[in-house]
Design a protein around this ligand. Structure first.
Ligand code: ZN
Length: 63
């Protein structure tokens, strides 16, 4: 199951609409990098856990 991190779901003062999708580990790595580099968060296990808790299943849109 692929996962999606949608930046619109994250508490942010930026109007960021980035979405990252892929395998959970890939999404986490990319989302942590993004949160640190773009949103100025501090890289930490807590940040990674917070992001993990916000991942959603990537449901195929074609029905
Ligand atoms: Zn963002």
């Amino acid at each position: 199951m692929r996962k999606v991190a949608d930046c619109r779901d994250f508490p942010s003062e930026m109007d960021c609409t980035l979405t990252i999708s892929g395998e959970e580990g890939e999404v986490l790595d990319a989302a942590v990098d993004h949160a640190v580099s773009v949103h100025g968060h501090t890289r930490s296990p807590e940040l990674r856990e917070q992001i993990r808790g916000m991942l959603k299943d990537d449901v195929p849109q074609h029905a």
